[in-house]
Design a protein around this ligand. Structure first.
Ligand SMILES: [Zn+2]
Length: 512
């Protein structure tokens, strides 16, 4: 048995307890233990967007296999001073939330309808966490791997009726003078790409911001200016594409690198609040892409390591680690006699060198992957390739050659002639993910969000407030009360889950 296999089984509990060197509760040297009632000077909330519990589990398995160590997130459960709880993340109108409603609950203490950002259905705007903290003299930062205008960062800072109003969100980020922003979404600041042709990047620069486009810019950014760093037109690449593309490694920082830079700058401030989002965990899960979702979760864990190291240097830091909802709810399934195929299948994941999104672009004839599409350029019009070519593309990207029979079935879905019995699986992303499931052992519930209660962990001064079964709206109340801010937004009673009955729900539409 290889070392990797050994440590894989150790985390899985398949080696007898006596072989495990660490007792159940371990205090690592330098652990931060806060006294109840203490107040933080720094608050960092880390969000692995759309992280189903099995995404965390499988990322831990994958980390054991690829890095010979598990996730830090899992290690936190062994630390006595870490508060570990569950959170209800529901939206105002549904048990299932989207990222906008979920982050709005943190950002305003009030639930909104899915798709809205800190605006009630009657049009009333909710005062945001970052407006309140700004007035109280705290510096405010946002770091993400998706567009900086995306729903989760917006939830802390923005008011819009529709999360898709990215141009407007970029304008509000400027007007509200957010001190630090690092992520993707350059197009929404670019006069050539904005509908109103406003040169928002130029306006940021005039207002004294350091405006950055590359990893090199970030390395030399002065610490005494505000920062706007957008490292791609749209989202930053999935980790699996990023780390397999030398040009992307050279030009684009990882989440851990952006977090490290952000903390180097914010370290100088008496008070700051920072959101760090692993935004593509969710997008990988939406695509039913095991390699993308799990490797982005590992990349998120590296950002968590950076934050824990910061907290060690600054014990007056409250860290909150969570997700906003489950997505796709993957699982490593039992396979083979005595389930002995599950692990070898799972261990095919590191052989995959491209996201399923990149494979799909090639299959739809939208791009010959040339190492440039990570920049988020709009694809050209293309023509779907033949089943035999589908097999070639998947094989080149993953080492897996699906049968011609499977590729022909998938081709039918691509041509709009698919035939799945569960409507939410009747789409090309789900079908490609299921086909790859034969290679990596992972199955998915759908390409959508789920209603799962989610884990929330807290450590540092104020962590004790997060004990128990937490409502997403409590997060706002805890942060404001810890900062000595006395403010409450209006709240509406939860809406009944209205809508068509099951009988009329045939062929229902769903939002991503
Ligand atoms: Zn989300």
């Amino acid at each position: 048995m290889s070392l990797n296999r050994r440590s894989f089984f150790r985390r899985s509990g398949l080696i007898a307890a006596s072989a495990i060197s660490a007792p159940a509760f371990v205090r690592a040297a330098g652990d931060v233990t806060a006294t109840p009632g203490e107040k933080p000077r720094h608050i960092i909330q880390l969000v692995a967007d759309g992280m189903s519990m099995a995404t965390l589990t499988c990322a831990d398995h994958l980390s054991q296999h690829m890095r010979n160590k598990g996730l830090t997130w899992i290690d936190l459960y062994n630390r006595r001073e870490v508060v570990s709880s569950l959170m209800n993340v529901r939206a105002l109108n549904s048990l299932v939330t989207d990222s906008a409603a979920s982050a709005s609950a943190w950002g305003s203490g009030s639930r909104v309808v899915n798709g809205a950002v800190n605006v009630l259905p009657d049009g009333r705007q909710l005062k945001t966490l970052y407006s309140l903290f700004g007035e109280a003299g705290w510096k405010r930062g946002l770091v993400t791997t998706v567009e900086i205008t995306h729903a989760t960062p917006s939830g802390f800072a923005i008011n819009v009726t529709s999360r898709g109003s990215s141009d407007d969100i970029a304008k509000q980020l400027f007007e509200r003078k957010i001190d630090l922003m690092l992520g993707g979404g350059r197009d929404f600041f670019d006069k050539a790409k904005r509908k109103d042709k406003r040169d928002l990047s130029g306006e940021f620069a005039k207002a004294g911001y350091t405006v950055m486009k590359t990893k090199a810019d970030l390395a030399k950014a002065p610490l005494d200016s505000n920062w706007l760093g957008t490292f791609a037109g749209s989202h930053l690449p999935f980790t699996v594409d990023h780390l397999n593309t030398p040009k992307a490694i050279a030009e684009i920082p990882t989440l851990a690198e952006m977090t490290e830079a952000a903390l180097r700058k914010l370290e100088r401030e008496p008070h700051f609040i920072l959101q760090v989002e692993g935004g593509r965990v969710d997008q990988g899960a939406h695509l039913n892409d095991a390699a993308s979702a799990f490797r982005d979760q590992i990349a998120f864990d590296e950002a968590l390591d950076v934050c824990l190291a910061f907290q060690k240097r600054h014990p007056d830091t409250l860290l909150v680690i969570t997700t906003d909802h489950g997505t796709g709810n993957p699982g490593l399934n039992a396979a083979g006699k005595e389930y002995n195929l599950s692990v070898p299948l799972f261990q095919n994941i590191p052989k995959i060198r491209k996201s399923l999104g990149e494979m799909t672009r090639q299959i739809k004839g939208l791009a010959n992957f040339d190492g440039e599409s990570y920049k988020g350029d709009s694809p050209k019009k293309g023509k779907i390739v033949e089943p035999g070519v589908i097999a070639d593309i998947i094989h080149a990207a993953s080492g897996y050659r699906p049968s011609l029979k499977r590729c022909t079935k998938y081709h039918q879905f691509l041509s709009g002639k698919g035939d799945a019995l569960y409507d939410l699986t009747n789409n090309t992303d789900y079908q490609l993910g299921q086909m790859l499931g034969n290679y990596v052992g992972i199955g998915w519930t759908s390409t959508n969000h789920t209603s799962d209660y989610v884990p929330i962990l807290a450590t540092g001064p104020g962590a004790e407030k997060f004990r128990g079964f937490v409502q997403n709206t409590d997060v706002f109340r805890h942060y404001t009360s810890l900062a000595g801010i006395d403010f409450r937004n209006p709240e509406l009673p939860l809406m009944a889950e209205s809508g068509p009955g099951a009988a009329e729900a045939e062929d229902f539409e769903f939002i991503a």
